[in-house]
Design a protein around this ligand. Structure first.
Ligand code: SAH
Length: 236
C-alpha cells in the first residue's frame, strides 16, 4: 500500500481534495493512506513559529530548518521513505511518466513550502526530489501537493473501477485522448461521428487511435518526438 505523509502549515487546504471522488474511494479501499502532518507540531520555540527573516534582507519570510528537520527525522525514524519530495516551482516538471513511477512507491514524504520558500540547506540535505506542477507560482505547496497526489493515486490498480480507464487516459502512451461522446446521437444537428454508432469494434478502435495521433500532432507534437536525441541523431 502507498503511504503519503504530507508536511504542511495549512492542512485545511488539503482536506477537501482527499475527501471526494476517486481519491476518497482509494483511501476507503485501503489502496492509499494519506497523513496530514502539522509542521507547527514540530516547532522548537515557544511561539511555535516555523518561519524567520531572510539572511541578506529582502521581502518575505523563509521556512526554518529546525521544525522541518525534526519532522522529517521523526518520520524517517518510524519507516524508510522512497522519496522526500519538496513541491517547488523550479523542480522537475510533473508529467505522466513521473506520476507512474511514484505510484509504484511505498512511502513518500511531500513537503509543502510557503512564503519565500524553505531554507536552501533543507533542499541540499533532506530533500531527495523536487517537483513543480508548472511554470507559475502558487502561494503555497498544498494545491501542488494535491495535484501530485491525485495524479498518482488514480493510477493505483483498483482506484478506478474500470481497470483499463486510467490506461486509456491522455499521456499514458505518449498520446492525448481521442474525443468522447454520449447520448443523444444527434443534438439539434450536432452529430456523433457515424463510425462510433457502427458497432464495428475493430474499425472503432482504429478510428479512436487515429484520432489520438491526429490530436497529439495538433496539440502536443513534442510527445511524438523521440526522447533520446543522441540516439536519433545516430540513426538519422
Ligand atoms: N520564492 C519562490 C516561490 C515561493 S511560493 C520562488 O520564486 O521560486 C511558496 C511555495 O509554494 C513554494 O515553497 C512551493 O512549495 C509552492 N509552490 C509554488 N509554486 C509551485 C509550483 N509551480 N509547483 C509546486 N510548488 C509550488
Amino acid at each position: 500500500m502507498l503511504r503519503i505523509d504530507i508536511i504542511t502549515v495549512l492542512p485545511e487546504l488539503l482536506e477537501s481534495p482527499f475527501n471526494h471522488s476517486i481519491v476518497k474511494r482509494a483511501r476507503q479501499k485501503g489502496l492509499v493512506e494519506i497523513n496530514l502532518i502539522h509542521l507547527r507540531d514540530f516547532a522548537t520555540n515557544k511561539h511555535r513559529s516555523v518561519d524567520d527573516y531572510a539572511y541578506g534582507g529582502g521581502a518575505g519570510m523563509v521556512m526554518m530548518i529546525e521544525p522541518i528537520a525534526a519532522c522529517i527525522n521523526h518520520l524517517k525514524s518510524e519507516r524508510p521513505y522512497d522519496e522526500v519530495i519538496y513541491m517547488s516551482p523550479d523542480g522537475e516538471l510533473l508529467d505522466q511518466p513521473l506520476s507512474n513511477r511514484l505510484s509504484l512507491q511505498q512511502n513518500l514524504i511531500v513537503l509543502c513550502g510557503h512564503y519565500k520558500g524553505i531554507d536552501e540547506r533543507i533542499r541540499e540535505h533532506l530533500i531527495t526530489k523536487e517537483i513543480s506542477i508548472g511554470n507559475y507560482v502558487l502561494s503555497g505547496g498544498e494545491l501542488a501537493a494535491a495535484v501530485l497526489c491525485d495524479s498518482i493515486i488514480r493510477l493505483i490498480p483498483g482506484a478506478i473501477s474500470d481497470e483499463t480507464s486510467a490506461l486509456s487516459d491522455s499521456f499514458q502512451d505518449n498520446l492525448v485522448a481521442p474525443p468522447v461522446y454520449t447520448r443523444p446521437a444527434d443534438f439539434n444537428g450536432w452529430k456523433v461521428p457515424d463510425i462510433l454508432l457502427s458497432g464495428n469494434e475493430k474499425l472503432i478502435t482504429e478510428w479512436l487511435h487515429n484520432q489520438s495521433i491526429k490530436r497529439t500532432q495538433e496539440r502536443r507534437p513534442n510527445l511524438l518526438k523521440p526522447k533520446d536525441t543522441e540516439n536519433s541523431n545516430i540513426q538519422g
